[in-house]
Design a protein around this ligand. Structure first.
Ligand SMILES: Nc1ncnc2c1ncn2[C@@H]1O[C@H](COP(=O)(O)OP(=O)(O)OP(=O)(O)O)[C@@H](O)[C@H]1O
Length: 276
């Protein structure tokens, strides 16, 4: 049974549409949710959790339909989208006390451990925290009730490189030791190369790739040209570089004439594909 199964999720706004989004998450895996600004990542994540109401689609967490079992499902979930901006003038301790009442599996020991690790002080208010610290506090709340599935919207974007690395280590440990499943959106593709098993790639409201990260990366090569680019239909997303040009090629295609061909990073694949 999939930890999360999404079928035909649709949501229409005036100038944007989430089109028939379908995917599944396997237990004990990390999935990176990628796509350009405005591609529909936050809309998808919020619609999954019914923070916004989808127009149609079936969403099942742990085999249960969220529309029918919302409270039971949310007990087993940790969700973070942005920092703690609610109750800006309340002390963290007061916010924690309210939050923990909701969760049957709340674990004060785990909470204290993350508060200490992230250097958070309970006597402060969200207003007194930096953006990165607000995210860390939201993550602490999400990580303190033994959630089986964690869904985070850009959890690393406001963090310094050391904190980002620490957080990715936490993700890997949670998966390894507790079999937790994680879905998170990010623009920092290097983070995914460090920890993701699978990627989910959304383009203009539609899923354009859903597969193991290693397979996705293995599908492509980067071809670099010192001079002009040959007129070759197999070259994808040609772009100018400081010296010459580069393009993406499918790995099964023959190297283009005059090109220096190398493995592609996830960032290179995205940048070139988005030019198509
Ligand atoms: N409440 C809303 N009403 C109308 N349009 C909306 C609403 N919320 C989001 N949108 C539109 O939906 C589109 C997708 O937005 P979304 O926030 O899901 O993108 P994203 O992939 O998360 O982008 P980013 O990487 O910038 O966070 C955007 O064009 C946005 O303007």
């Amino acid at each position: 049974m999939a930890v999360l199964s999404v079928k035909g999720l649709c949501k229409k706004y005036k100038a944007f549409e989430l089109k028939n989004v379908s995917f599944e998450l396997r237990r004990g895996t990390i999935t990176g949710f990628i796509g350009r600004n405005g591609a529909g990542k936050t809309t998808t994540l919020k619609a999954l959790l019914h923070f916004i109401h989808p127009d149609s689609g079936e969403i099942r967490f742990f085999g249960q339909d969220i529309a029918e079992h919302e409270l039971a499902v949310k007990q087993k979930l940790g969700f973070v989208s942005g920092g703690a901006d609610y109750y800006p003038m309340k002390k963290l301790k007061a916010i924690t006390d309210v939050t923990k009442r909701f969760y049957g599996e709340w674990d004060d020991g785990v909470y204290r451990r993350y508060m200490k690790l992230f250097g958070l002080d309970e006597t402060k208010t969200p207003k007194q925290l930096s953006e990165g610290m607000k995210v860390k506090y939201s993550l602490t709340l999400a990580l303190s009730h033994h959630a089986e599935l964690l869904i985070f919207d850009e959890p690393t974007s406001g963090l310094d490189p050391v904190s980002r690395d620490e957080l990715l280590d936490i993700f890997l440990k949670l998966v390894e030791r507790e079999g937790v499943t994680l879905l998170f959106s990010t623009h920092i593709t290097a983070d995914l190369e460090k920890c993701a098993d699978d990627i989910l790639y959304i383009k203009n409201g539609e899923i354009s790739a859903d597969m193991p990260l290693d397979d996705f990366i293995a599908e492509y090569r980067v071809a670099r040209f010192a001079g002009g680019v040959p007129n070759d239909g197999r070259l994808l997303g040609v772009k100018r570089e400081r010296r010459g040009c580069s393009a993406l090629m499918r790995a099964e295609d023959l190297p283009a004439e005059g090109a220096e061909v190398s493995d592609a990073t996830l960032e290179e694949i995205m940048v070139h594909l988005e030019k198509e």
